[in-house]
Write a protein that binds this ligand. Structure first.
Ligand SMILES: [Fe+2]
Ligand SMILES: [Fe+2]
Length: 190
Protein backbone atom coordinates (compact mmCIF):
# COMPACT_ATOMS: atom_id res chain seq x y z
CA UNK A 1 0.00 0.00 0.00
CA UNK A 2 1.20 3.52 -0.64
CA UNK A 3 0.61 6.50 1.57
CA UNK A 4 -2.52 7.62 -0.33
CA UNK A 5 -4.10 4.24 0.35
CA UNK A 6 -3.16 4.54 4.01
CA UNK A 7 -4.83 7.95 4.12
CA UNK A 8 -7.96 6.39 2.67
CA UNK A 9 -7.86 3.63 5.28
CA UNK A 10 -7.59 6.21 8.05
CA UNK A 11 -10.46 8.20 6.56
CA UNK A 12 -12.60 5.05 6.76
CA UNK A 13 -11.52 4.02 10.26
CA UNK A 14 -11.81 7.40 11.99
CA UNK A 15 -14.36 10.15 12.49
CA UNK A 16 -14.01 13.21 10.29
CA UNK A 17 -12.54 15.16 13.18
CA UNK A 18 -9.89 12.59 14.02
CA UNK A 19 -9.11 12.04 10.37
CA UNK A 20 -8.42 15.77 10.07
CA UNK A 21 -6.25 15.56 13.21
CA UNK A 22 -4.28 12.65 11.72
CA UNK A 23 -3.63 14.53 8.50
CA UNK A 24 -2.52 17.60 10.46
CA UNK A 25 -0.15 15.47 12.54
CA UNK A 26 1.22 13.97 9.32
CA UNK A 27 1.89 17.40 7.80
CA UNK A 28 3.41 18.71 11.04
CA UNK A 29 5.56 15.57 11.39
CA UNK A 30 6.91 16.03 7.87
CA UNK A 31 7.71 19.67 8.59
CA UNK A 32 9.50 18.87 11.86
CA UNK A 33 11.38 16.00 10.19
CA UNK A 34 12.62 18.29 7.43
CA UNK A 35 13.89 20.70 10.06
CA UNK A 36 15.66 18.20 12.30
CA UNK A 37 17.01 15.75 9.76
CA UNK A 38 14.59 12.85 10.22
CA UNK A 39 13.09 11.10 7.18
CA UNK A 40 10.16 13.31 6.04
CA UNK A 41 8.27 10.54 4.22
CA UNK A 42 8.48 8.15 7.17
CA UNK A 43 7.40 10.97 9.46
CA UNK A 44 4.38 11.71 7.26
CA UNK A 45 3.41 8.03 7.14
CA UNK A 46 3.74 7.60 10.91
CA UNK A 47 1.65 10.75 11.38
CA UNK A 48 -1.10 9.47 9.11
CA UNK A 49 -1.24 6.14 10.96
CA UNK A 50 -0.51 7.14 14.57
CA UNK A 51 -4.15 7.06 15.76
CA UNK A 52 -5.27 4.15 13.55
CA UNK A 53 -6.73 2.25 16.55
CA UNK A 54 -8.01 5.28 18.46
CA UNK A 55 -11.67 4.70 17.68
CA UNK A 56 -11.66 0.91 17.72
CA UNK A 57 -13.72 -0.56 20.58
CA UNK A 58 -11.60 -1.27 23.71
CA UNK A 59 -12.21 -5.02 23.37
CA UNK A 60 -10.76 -4.93 19.87
CA UNK A 61 -7.72 -3.00 21.11
CA UNK A 62 -7.18 -5.53 23.90
CA UNK A 63 -7.63 -8.44 21.53
CA UNK A 64 -5.00 -7.30 19.04
CA UNK A 65 -2.53 -6.64 21.87
CA UNK A 66 -3.16 -10.01 23.51
CA UNK A 67 -2.87 -11.69 20.12
CA UNK A 68 0.64 -10.38 19.77
CA UNK A 69 1.68 -11.43 23.27
CA UNK A 70 1.64 -7.97 24.88
CA UNK A 71 1.10 -8.29 28.65
CA UNK A 72 -0.33 -5.08 30.04
CA UNK A 73 1.15 -3.72 33.24
CA UNK A 74 -1.18 -2.44 35.96
CA UNK A 75 -0.61 1.14 34.85
CA UNK A 76 -1.44 0.22 31.26
CA UNK A 77 -4.54 -1.71 32.28
CA UNK A 78 -5.73 1.35 34.17
CA UNK A 79 -5.04 3.85 31.39
CA UNK A 80 -7.22 3.05 28.41
CA UNK A 81 -5.91 6.11 26.57
CA UNK A 82 -2.59 4.33 26.14
CA UNK A 83 -4.04 1.26 24.47
CA UNK A 84 -4.49 2.75 21.02
CA UNK A 85 -0.77 3.44 20.70
CA UNK A 86 0.26 -0.11 21.62
CA UNK A 87 -2.60 -1.65 19.63
CA UNK A 88 -1.85 0.67 16.71
CA UNK A 89 1.77 -0.51 16.53
CA UNK A 90 0.55 -4.12 16.37
CA UNK A 91 -2.02 -3.19 13.71
CA UNK A 92 0.72 -1.67 11.56
CA UNK A 93 2.70 -4.89 11.69
CA UNK A 94 0.00 -7.55 11.65
CA UNK A 95 -2.66 -6.02 9.44
CA UNK A 96 -0.78 -3.57 7.24
CA UNK A 97 2.43 -5.60 7.02
CA UNK A 98 4.61 -2.60 7.83
CA UNK A 99 8.07 -3.79 8.88
CA UNK A 100 9.97 -0.53 9.40
CA UNK A 101 10.75 -0.48 13.14
CA UNK A 102 11.15 3.31 13.12
CA UNK A 103 7.61 3.86 11.90
CA UNK A 104 6.23 1.18 14.23
CA UNK A 105 7.98 2.68 17.25
CA UNK A 106 6.88 6.21 16.37
CA UNK A 107 3.27 4.98 16.63
CA UNK A 108 3.97 2.82 19.69
CA UNK A 109 5.44 5.65 21.79
CA UNK A 110 3.47 8.65 20.52
CA UNK A 111 1.45 8.95 23.74
CA UNK A 112 3.93 8.10 26.50
CA UNK A 113 7.29 8.89 24.96
CA UNK A 114 10.17 6.80 26.27
CA UNK A 115 13.82 7.02 27.18
CA UNK A 116 16.21 7.71 24.29
CA UNK A 117 13.55 8.32 21.67
CA UNK A 118 14.65 8.23 18.04
CA UNK A 119 14.29 11.44 16.04
CA UNK A 120 11.22 10.03 14.31
CA UNK A 121 9.61 9.13 17.64
CA UNK A 122 10.26 12.65 18.91
CA UNK A 123 8.86 14.19 15.76
CA UNK A 124 5.53 12.37 15.96
CA UNK A 125 5.29 12.85 19.73
CA UNK A 126 5.67 16.62 19.29
CA UNK A 127 3.52 16.88 16.16
CA UNK A 128 0.64 15.28 18.07
CA UNK A 129 0.80 18.17 20.56
CA UNK A 130 1.00 21.04 18.09
CA UNK A 131 -0.98 19.91 15.04
CA UNK A 132 -2.89 22.75 13.37
CA UNK A 133 -6.31 22.04 14.96
CA UNK A 134 -5.05 21.85 18.58
CA UNK A 135 -6.51 24.53 20.86
CA UNK A 136 -5.79 23.51 24.48
CA UNK A 137 -4.41 25.94 27.08
CA UNK A 138 -0.68 26.12 26.56
CA UNK A 139 -0.58 25.07 22.90
CA UNK A 140 1.11 28.33 21.88
CA UNK A 141 3.90 27.74 24.41
CA UNK A 142 4.27 24.25 23.03
CA UNK A 143 4.50 25.59 19.45
CA UNK A 144 7.12 28.09 20.61
CA UNK A 145 9.08 25.28 22.28
CA UNK A 146 9.00 23.34 19.00
CA UNK A 147 10.45 26.40 17.25
CA UNK A 148 13.35 26.38 19.72
CA UNK A 149 14.20 22.77 19.08
CA UNK A 150 12.77 19.30 19.04
CA UNK A 151 14.15 18.21 22.43
CA UNK A 152 12.80 21.30 24.08
CA UNK A 153 9.37 20.44 22.75
CA UNK A 154 9.57 16.77 23.78
CA UNK A 155 10.42 17.85 27.32
CA UNK A 156 7.57 20.37 27.31
CA UNK A 157 5.23 17.62 26.11
CA UNK A 158 6.36 15.26 28.88
CA UNK A 159 5.92 17.96 31.51
CA UNK A 160 2.45 18.71 30.17
CA UNK A 161 1.50 15.02 30.23
CA UNK A 162 2.88 14.39 33.73
CA UNK A 163 1.21 17.52 35.16
CA UNK A 164 -2.07 16.85 33.44
CA UNK A 165 -2.30 13.24 34.61
CA UNK A 166 -1.19 13.95 38.18
CA UNK A 167 -3.67 16.82 38.49
CA UNK A 168 -6.42 14.43 37.47
CA UNK A 169 -5.20 11.80 39.91
CA UNK A 170 -4.34 9.43 37.09
CA UNK A 171 -1.39 7.05 36.90
CA UNK A 172 1.71 8.06 34.92
CA UNK A 173 3.36 5.57 32.62
CA UNK A 174 6.95 4.70 33.67
CA UNK A 175 8.14 5.36 30.10
CA UNK A 176 7.05 9.01 30.43
CA UNK A 177 8.81 9.39 33.78
CA UNK A 178 11.96 7.71 32.50
CA UNK A 179 12.00 9.97 29.45
CA UNK A 180 11.54 13.04 31.62
CA UNK A 181 14.23 12.03 34.13
CA UNK A 182 16.78 11.21 31.46
CA UNK A 183 16.26 14.51 29.68
CA UNK A 184 16.44 16.53 32.89
CA UNK A 185 19.59 14.75 34.07
CA UNK A 186 21.25 15.22 30.67
CA UNK A 187 20.43 18.89 30.93
CA UNK A 188 22.05 19.16 34.38
CA UNK A 189 25.10 17.40 33.03
CA UNK A 190 25.61 19.99 30.29
FE1 LIG B 1 -2.97 9.11 19.90
FE1 LIG C 1 -3.15 11.93 17.89
Amino acid sequence: MDVIQYEELIRQRLSQKRFAHSMNVAVESRRLAQRCGADPEKAYLAGVLHDVMKEAPPEEQLKIMEGSGIMLTDVEKGAQKLWHAMAGAVYLQKVLGITDPEVIHAVRYHTTGRENMSLLEQVVFVADFISAEREYDGVEEMRAAAQNGLEEAVLAGLVFTIQDLSQQGKPIHPDSLAAYNTMILARHGE
